[in-house]
Design a protein around this ligand. Structure first.
Ligand code: GLN
Length: 387
């Protein structure tokens, strides 16, 4: 035994979990000097007006704890945005909470409502934090696949998965990683399916302003029956190109918000004050979020057009800043091995689709992030043509 003593043996709360694929691929990209189209984040800066607004907030003394639920001016701005875009009025006092990003929002919502033994329906592929969140709450993740190929929700299978123990379903639209979005008909089906149940919903809508080709974002907030049983979350990091600021929010009916805040106050207590004030000032202008879809649609089009001159096959990307591609015509390597080789030998990092499944399925698919400068996308395309 070392003189410093022995660390007591642990039994892991998350025995199956390693480092997230996003951290793994970003590290590999850095190690090999690869263009990083793996982890989803922009490689360009945010609007200088937003930086000025945060700076101004710091200089004018907004540097102590914010109110636990968030700076009121920001909550009011969010309520107004949601009312304008989706027609539902959330009370900023009792129904909107500012969070340290959407990942914290989702964990907090899960911890607030899932009791040990409760079942939570997850639609695979899904973001990699959901299942560990359910495990931490002592819940049981019930994995239901999205329709292979189209990634549309399969309501027959969701219906089969519902049980008297189902407490929650997590819905993500626009969808990471597939780039698909839920239609009005999908929301209608979900409404009908849940009507006779006590099932709650978490709507992960962090890509709400990135929907292309004139398709509307079907926020849960548009659907009164669903909204009455839902936490709807979004993220300023995605919308304003500041993923490192880690500020998001959750809108939910007062009874759900009350439980959410019980967990939130002992989890983060409150979120970064000057950033909240800066965001509140910046959010008064709707143009940045209204113009985001056109901004990213140009990048999607440039990247998709370039990919057509490679040996990869494109899947549709209707929302998010992700583009999936099929490499199965090139090799029968599994997707993780392919992404590692792509990073090392071709110099482009991507994310293997299997990372988003509880039981990895090999479909020959990888996910690229196109939230990059044109020069970055062009360099990646030049390299991908060598495949
Ligand atoms: N949401 C981002 C993605 O899917 C990554 C977030 C993270 O790294 N945790 O790439």
């Amino acid at each position: 035994m070392s003189p410093a003593g022995r660390t007591p043996a642990l039994s892991s709360r998350l025995p199956q979990v390693g480092l997230t694929i996003f951290s793994v691929m970003s590290a590999l990209a850095q190690q090999h000097g690869a263009v990083n189209l793996g982890q989803g984040f922009p490689d360009f800066g945010c609007d200088a007006r937003l930086l000025d607004a945060v700076n101004q907030a710091m200089r004018s003394g907004h540097n102590q704890y914010a109110p636990m639920a968030g700076v009121m001016a920001l909550r009011e701005g969010i309520a107004e945005k949601i009312a304008t875009l989706y027609g539902r009025h959330y009370d900023p006092e009792r129904e909107i909470t500012i969070t340290a990003g959407a990942t914290q929002a989702i964990l907090t919502a899960v911890m607030a409502v899932v009791q040990p033994g409760d079942e939570v329906i997850l639609l695979d592929p899904c973001f990699d934090s959901y299942a560990p969140n359910v495990a931490l709450a002592g819940g049981i993740a019930v994995h239901v696949p999205l329709t292979p190929g189209s990634f549309a929700p399969d309501f027959d299978r969701i219906a089969q998965a519902l049980s008297p123990r189902t407490r929650l379903i997590i819905v993500n639209t626009p969808h990471n990683p597939s780039g698909t979005v839920w239609s009005a008909a999908d929301m209608q089906r979900l409404t009908e399916l849940l009507r006779p149940t006590e099932v709650l919903v978490i709507g992960d809508e962090v890509y709400e302003h990135m929907v292309y080709d004139g398709v509307p974002h079907q926020s849960i907030a548009r659907w009164p029956e669903l909204a009455a049983r839902s936490f709807v979350g979004s993220s300023f990091g995605k919308t304003y190109h500041v993923t490192g600021w880690k500020v998001g929010y959750v809108a939910a009916p007062a009874a759900l918000t009350a439980e959410f805040r019980k967990v939130h106050q002992f989890n983060v207590f409150a979120v970064n004050t000057p950033v909240q004030h800066g965001l509140a000032a910046y959010l008064r202008d709707p143009q940045p979020h209204l113009r985001l879809a056109a901004f990213y649609q140009r990048k999607r089009d440039l990247f998709a057009e370039g990919l057509r001159s490679t040996r990869l096959l494109l899947l549709p990307s209707v929302g998010t800043y992700f583009q999936c591609a099929d490499y199965s015509g090139l090799t029968d390597e599994d997707d993780t091995a392919f992404c590692e080789r792509l990073t090392r030998e071709i110099g482009v990092a991507a994310i293997p689709m299997s990372a988003f499944y509880a039981t990895p399925v090999q479909q020959g698919l990888i996910r690229f992030c196109f939230a990059k400068e044109e020069a970055t996308l062009n360099l990646a395309l030049e390299r991908l043509r060598l495949l």
